[in-house]
Design a binder for this molecule. Structure first.
Ligand SMILES: Nc1ncnc2c1ncn2[C@@H]1O[C@H](COP(=O)(O)OP(=O)(O)OP(=O)(O)O)[C@@H](O)[C@H]1O
Length: 458
């Protein structure tokens, strides 16, 4: 019998079903891959270009709500919108099947399936898939959600809400404020928003306000004319002008002094900049995205952040929760980083031991995704086996920076290392986790501080 050229992925937590599916479908289709772990779906989708996914609706033992199936359906379509998803449902789940169809599933089969029926449904789906695959690569790349959300991973309900908000606001020019702790992905979110917007073909100008000194702030942002000040050897465009037509991302907006807040507000209100040393206003057309880990609303109450500036930048707010509040994402992110670093360091066969996944999922990740990223990189480099074990990671005892600060060190701990750790902890607590301020106090760069936080597992 001639096989139909079609790549099928079967996802079901029952090995018997996988075996039966594989034996049947291999007779009719060229490629059949199976997995009992739905968390492996994103990596498998990246690895193979599946035409069809045959997806079970229930995973955890005894679960019948089928919420998981709908959740994975969404995730799959978000990653590869062109793939056809056929759901496997139990008898009596027709209402659910209808809901799944509304959410983008192509069809459904009842379990236990009838062989002929299943093969026929899959053949139809494969043929539809091939027709759809005729779009040009470029057009599909630009339209695919996978392209927009590449490297912005998350399956948790919290991240689904973030994607939905981005989808809704991307097409508008509304100013967006992204809030969240350090390392939660604020910059990644801002880039995804830009990629999805109609400004995607223009600049994404990323300005870290925490890294610009007060003296250079104006010339850096607004530009200057030759001779405007001693070092101004030639005319220079500022970062706001450089973002013209595109997106201006102001990171660490909470770090701006009141005087600089007033200057920024004027530019945002007038939508024009005046380079230092000139009096010629230049119109700018920018989409503004700001981000901070600081409590801007409290700062308004305390008088350290201007309310009018806050209202100008927060038309839409996106909150990125800390990783410890979206543990469903940890395994997926860990697998993503494993893939990235496996490739980078020629360790592509390395896997995560099940026990390690459990430990990674339980850990509180005070440095959020950045910490997980660094931890995976280090583990891939240092590991000399084919499976990453718990001991390949450093898990800090205790919790967040608050807790760390109260952890006194004893006399016997007075090594340079211990003192450094204590200084870093103190600075972090004093500045409520604000990396820029803590780094400034310690007299080191933000990057150097991140390295030390990571080194000491803070
Ligand atoms: N959802 C995600 N999927 C994959 N990688 C992510 C995700 N979120 C963050 N990362 C990675 O984690 C690291 C930190 O992300 P990012 O710089 O966007 O965080 P941030 O909140 O802007 O941090 P900070 O407040 O310190 O500037 C980066 O290496 C980024 O690629």
């Amino acid at each position: 019998m001639r096989k139909l050229a079609c790549k099928i992925l079967i996802v079901d937590d029952e090995e018997d079903i996988l075996l039966a599916g594989r034996l049947l479908l291999k007779q009719h289709f060229t490629t059949v891959v199976t997995t009992s772990d739905p968390y492996a779906i994103p990596a498998l989708l990246q690895e193979h270009q599946f035409d069809v996914v045959l997806l079970d609706m229930n995973y955890s033992k005894g679960a019948t709500s089928s919420k998981e199936g709908l959740h994975w359906l969404k995730q799959i379509l978000q990653l590869v919108p062109s793939v056809k998803v056929i759901l496997m449902t139990a008898y009596g789940d027709i209402e659910l099947a209808v809901r799944a169809l509304k959410e983008g599933a192509t069809d459904f089969v009842l379990k236990p399936w009838q062989n002929e029926k299943l093969v026929s449904i899959l053949k139809t789906a494969c043929e539809q898939g091939t027709q759809k695959g005729q779009r040009t690569a470029e057009a599909s790349e630009k339209n695919d959600t996978a392209y927009h959300y590449a490297d912005f991973i998350g399956v948790s309900p919290a991240m689904q809400r973030v994607y939905q908000t981005i989808d809704k606001v991307a097409g508008t020019d509304a100013n967006v404020l992204i809030l969240g702790e350090n390392g939660t992905g604020k910059e990644v979110a801002a880039r995804a928003l830009h990629r999805k917007s109609k400004r995607a073909d223009h600049a994404f100008e990323n300005v870290d306000l925490g890294a610009i000194s007060a003296t250079l702030f104006e010339s850096e942002l607004f530009g200057h004319a030759k001779g405007a000040f001693t070092d101004a050897k030639e005319d220079r465009m500022g970062r706001i002008e450089a973002a013209n037509g595109g997106t201006l991302f102001l990171d660490e907006i909470g770090n701006l002094s009141l005087a600089l807040q007033a200057k920024l507000l004027t530019v945002l209100q007038n939508r024009q900049v005046v380079r230092l040393g000139t009096n010629k206003p230049r119109p700018v057309d920018i989409r503004l995205i700001c981000a901070t880990n600081m409590p801007l609303y409290d700062m308004v109450r305390e008088g350290t952040f201007r309310q009018d500036l806050l209202y100008r930048i927060n038309t839409v707010e996106i909150y990125l929760p800390p990783l410890r509040e979206r543990r469903e994402d940890i395994k997926l992110l860990a697998q993503h980083f494993l893939k990235v670093y496996g490739r980078k360091y020629n360790r592509e066969g390395v896997k995560l031991a099940p026990e390690t996944i459990r430990r990674l999922t339980e850990y509180h990740w005070p440095g959020n995704i950045r910490e997980l990223d660094h931890a995976m990189e280090r583990a891939v480099i240092l590991c000399d086996k084919d499976e990453l074990q718990e001991e390949d990671f450093y898990f800090a005892p205790g919790g967040n920076t608050q807790k760390a600060a109260t952890t006194g060190i004893t006399d016997s701990d007075y090594t340079l290392e211990a003192l450094e750790k204590m200084m870093v902890q103190k600075a972090l607590v004093k500045h409520a986790g604000n990396i820029t301020h803590a780094a400034k106090e310690l007299g080191i760069t933000r990057t150097a501080l991140y390295r030390r936080i990571e080194k000491h597992g803070l």
